[in-house]
Every structure is written in C-alpha cells, then in structure tokens.
Design a protein. Structure first.
Length: 84
C-alpha cells in the first residue's frame, strides 16, 4: 500500500483520492507513523457490511457467558451511608 507523508497528501489530495478510487487504498503517515487510510466509499461500505455480517448478536454474547452455577466471590465492602 502506498504511503504518503501528511504534508504530501495535503498537497496532492486529488492524487490520493484518485488512487483510492482506482482500487488501491492509500496510507497517510504523520511524523513517520501510520495515521489514516484513504479508500473508496464502495470498499468502505463493503467492509462495514462484512463486519456487521460476522458480528455476534447480543443473544449470542449472552449465551457465550461462562456458566459457573451463578457463584462468585463477593468483596468484603461496607455499604456507604445514605441520607434520605
């Protein structure tokens, strides 16, 4: 994946966008470290759809919780004083 220093990406933003639209994501670095990736909207939407399709449902997450008989260790804490 091509890398662009931030200043170059700002100066040549049209080229960065054109390359991303041509199907090749463009990485932009800041202070020599990867910062962002510019990619075509179609690719972004495809990735979002793929992520949603593979994400577990809330019910699946609940069913995946450990089944230990409902026992857990309570911490020895004193209740706080409450004024009513």
């Amino acid at each position: 994946m091509p890398e662009w220093p931030l200043q170059d990406a700002k100066n040549r933003f049209s080229a960065v966008v054109a390359a991303a639209l041509a199907g090749e994501p463009q990485r932009v670095t800041r202070r020599g470290k990867p910062a962002v990736v510019v990619l075509a909207d179609e690719e972004y939407e495809r990735l979002r759809h793929l992520e949603k399709a593979t994400a577990p449902t809330f019910a699946e997450l609940l069913l995946a919780m450990p089944q230990d008989g409902g026992e857990f260790e309570r911490l020895p804490l004193e209740p706080r004083d409450v004024d009513f």
